[in-house]
Design a protein around this ligand. Structure first.
Ligand SMILES: *[C@@H]1O[C@H](CO)[C@@H](O)[C@H](O)[C@H]1NC(C)=O
Ligand SMILES: *[C@@H]1O[C@H](CO)[C@@H](O)[C@H](O)[C@H]1NC(C)=O
Ligand SMILES: *[C@@H]1O[C@H](CO)[C@@H](O)[C@H](O)[C@H]1NC(C)=O
Ligand SMILES: [Zn+2]
Ligand SMILES: [Zn+2]
Length: 579
């Protein structure tokens, strides 16, 4: 073939691809949204994923696309004479290089987040670990959103040292189109690892405070819809919401209520009573949640009749879904600006280059069993952890234990860059160790795996939190077979059934994951009473000490082992090994 023929063939190929791109082979599969008088778009637990999932097409939209989508949907609904509220329920840090590579963490990513025209914004526990992050909420995010920033139960220390609400304790407003009177409250779950400059009051206490009771009394007959949006799981197993709910219904016995939740990183929708539903919209910019309320329809309490009043959808965070629902395929000028800001930011932070290595397989947290060759925990415990160098070791036998929650996300095929490290394991914890007899050392991991909460702390990845929810999601196999090629993704089973995902997917299964996994390197001639160095992240020191106590051993001193984070270890490993 001559040079020009090759050129022509290439051009034809490009044209052909463009052609296919325009035909959108999967769009016909999508399930349209069911609009009501009041409509909501909801994000939660974004954890800094504003530039999208580069190695997963099903979540290829970036924050600029989402900003455009919000504006387009507002416009479209206004044309129908309907209102839209855009809501976020917190956790914007820890999980992506875009947020975590800067100091303070979120310095560059929060201004991106704030480009969305939110009507209601609140914070999550990840805004409360570090004082720097809480201060950023108070000084920047609150200033930007003003009355739209609501937190009913989180306090922050003012300069004079007194605790003041971090934001507004409520928002009362009237929607622009249908003039619906909305009272919005926002609660964080009972979280107690907040930094010294902040304070979280449990819901169970707040509901008895006189200001709160007066607020409910004052608005009891002035509200059409109550919106409770917070960083709290909406699962039937989470008791705090029921306490709140009982109180709210004393003052608002029959109005329609919509809850929005977060924190457990799943898609979920629950019915708390015949006039109230709750929506939770996943994690990591994989999902935009949609909810709507028909204010004139009423239900007789059956799920079928409730579907005339309430609706929900889980929109995949990709351009195709955004275009399908909004009917608009161009970014807004604001959206365009955000996308190009993201591009320069990625360059500035060195997220895409240098390329440290190439990953040839996908490694999953729980889409495969833990002993599968593509389990990231198997990879870490059998190959990566043994490369951890010791700063000072005491014995040649060692066991390294990591909690599975220290891995944040799957590792997908493609270039491995700094960004990959921060998505897989962003946590910057030192390694520590204890020296204990082998007979004790080999029992610690098993002990730690006996129950899910140890000292009130969860060691698992967040979305694995409710084992019965995991079971609920495994019912997906009973779904009818769908036609055509489906991408892998969520198939959500919730209180309204199994058709909430805006795009039908080939289901992924979440296999159970233990609290901790371990790498075992024991000398061949070691005996039961030979000493072993047991190494772990200082983050789980209290849990390891608990396990030792349970095993009847309490004389171990915790010493520094290494300051090379798990993520850095993975960087080095990837550079020298074929994965
Ligand atoms: C401290 O400052 C806060 C906020 O600026 C203010 O609301 C509060 O009244 C002050 N408290 C005292 C004791 O001065
Ligand atoms: C639900 O709302 C309808 C209409 O507002 C009302 O008639 C009904 O009593 C409410 N149900 C409950 C259990 O309060
Ligand atoms: C709301 O429900 C009423 C009564 O069922 C129905 O007539 C109306 O069309 C619904 N509104 C919307 C926006 O679907
Ligand atoms: Zn989260
Ligand atoms: Zn959280």
């Amino acid at each position: 073939m001559s040079r020009s023929a090759v050129g022509l063939a290439g051009l034809l190929l490009v044209l052909l691809c463009l052609q296919f791109h325009h035909t959108k082979p999967f769009a016909s599969n999508k399930r349209p949204l069911k609009y009501g008088d009041l409509n909501f778009l909801h994000t939660t637990d974004t954890h800094g994923w504003y530039s999208g999932h580069r190695n997963q097409k099903v979540y290829d939209a970036d924050w600029g696309d989402f900003v455009s989508f919000g504006a387009h949907m507002r416009e479209k609904l206004a044309e129908n004479g309907q209102d839209l509220l855009i809501v976020d329920t917190g956790d914007r840090h820890d999980g992506n290089g875009l947020s975590d590579l800067t100091s303070p963490n979120g310095k560059e990513s929060m201004p991106i987040f704030m480009k969305q025209d939110y009507d209601l914004v609140t914070l999550g526990n990840h805004e409360l670990y570090e004082w720097k992050n809480s201060k950023m909420e108070f000084e920047q995010v609150l200033s930007k959103f003003g009355e739209k920033y609501v937190s009913t139960n989180v306090l922050i220390k003012a300069e004079n040292g007194s605790l003041v609400p971090l934001g507004n304790r409520y928002r009362y407003f009237v929607t622009p189109i249908q003039e619906i009177r909305v009272l919005a409250l926002s609660f964080l779950f009972d979280f107690n690892r907040f930094n010294d400059g902040t304070f979280v009051k449990p819901i169970a206490n707040v509901i008895h405070e006189s200001w709160f009771v007066s607020l409910l009394e004052e608005y009891a007959d002035k509200v059409d819809v109550l919106v409770v949006f917070g960083h709290i799981p909406i699962s039937h197993q989470w008791k705090e919401l029921f306490v709140l709910h009982a109180k709210l219904r004393q003052y608002f016995p029959s109005i329609k209520i919509q809850y929005f939740g977060g924190h457990s990183h799943i898609r979920d929708f629950t019915v708390l009573d015949e006039n109230l539903t709750a929506l939770q919209s996943g994690r990591f910019c994989e999902t935009v949640g949609f909810a709507s309320i028909n204010l004139t329809a009423s239900s007789d309490g059956s799920v079928e009749s409730m579907k005339q009043v309430f609706s929900r959808s889980y929109i995949d965070f990709n351009r195709e879904s955004f275009e399908f629902h909004s009917g608009r395929n161009r970014k807004t000028p604001d959206g365009q600006k955000v996308s190009s800001q993201l591009q320069s930011l990625r360059q500035l932070l060195g997220l895409d280059s240098p390329r440290l290595g190439t990953i040839h397989n996908n490694y999953y947290m729980d889409y495969v069993p833990i002993d599968h060759p593509h389990s990231i925990f198997k990879l870490l415990s059998e190959r990566v952890l043994p490369t951890l160098p010791a700063d000072k070791k005491e014995h040649s036998s060692r066991i390294i234990i990591i909690n599975t929650g220290s891995v944040r996300y799957d590792m997908y095929k493609g270039p491995y860059t700094l960004d990959t490290r921060y998505t897989v394991s962003p946590f910057e914890n030192d390694w520590v160790f204890i020296s204990v007899p082998r007979s004790i050392a080999v029992q610690i991991a098993d002990k730690l795996n006996e129950k899910s909460y140890i000292l009130g702390q969860l060691l698992l990845p967040a979305h694995q939190r409710f084992s019965s929810l995991t079971e609920k999601r495994q019912e997906i196999f009973t779904l009818p077979k769908l036609e055509g090629h489906l991408a892998k993704g969520y198939v959500t089973h919730d209180d309204f059934g199994s058709l909430g995902d805006d795009t039908p997917h080939k289901p992924v299964v979440n296999f159970p994951v233990p609290n901790v996994v371990q790498s075992i390197e024991l000398d061949k001639d070691s005996k039961n009473d030979s000493k072993v160095d047991v190494v772990f992240y200082n983050f789980i020191t209290p849990n390891v000490q608990w396990a030792l106590n349970e095993l009847g051993y309490s004389e171990a001193e915790v010493k520094f082992y290494s300051g090379i984070y798990l993520g850095e270890l993975l960087d080095k490993f990837v550079q020298h090994n074929d994965l």
